[in-house]
Write a protein of this length. Structure first.
Length: 154
């Protein structure tokens, strides 16, 4: 994907960023544990103003149980490269352990990125401590339709 010449770049407000995230399903989370940074894809949903995802044992769950700061990014684009957006989040992740919250999390139609067959699903939330976003486009009509589109072309 390449940006078209003459495209406009626009900073997005917090509500615009949250709305774009709410219309997305796939993002990437960056965590640093033991001086090693990894970026991992996740399926996610916005619930109660936080990022919710499902995971199993491993790096993401270790980050959640340690309560570390993470970075998260989701984006979308027009297949022809004429428009796109990106939202970046910094926040802390924690495992959902409260029984009421866990019950609500299980009701969200959300699959793990990879299922290992163990059924050991855990839920993690990321606070939206810092959030920023940008959009570029060459045409207002493209920008409006892009904000309603799924982030990944199918």
């Amino acid at each position: 994907m390449t940006a078209a010449t003459g495209s406009r770049l626009q900073d997005l407000s917090r509500p615009e960023c949250v709305a774009l995230l709410a219309g997305s399903a796939v993002g990437r989370i960056a965590v640093t544990l033991a001086e090693r940074t990894v970026i991992l894809p996740i399926n996610f949903a916005i619930v109660d103003g936080r990022i919710l995802f499902r995971t199993g044992r491993g790096t993401k769950l270790a980050a959640a149980t340690a309560g570390v700061e993470v970075a998260f990014e989701a984006d979308g684009y027009a297949p022809d490269g004429s428009a796109g957006w990106s939202v970046l989040v910094r926040g802390h992740c924690t495992e959902v352990t409260d029984a009421d919250e866990l019950s609500r999390a299980r009701a969200v139609p959300l699959d793990r990125w990879v299922t290992d067959g163990t059924g050991d699903d855990r839920f993690v939330v990321v606070t939206l401590t810092e959030i920023s976003g940008r959009r570029f486009d060459t045409d207002d009509r493209t920008s409006a339709s892009l904000s309603r589109a799924r982030p990944w072309p199918t």
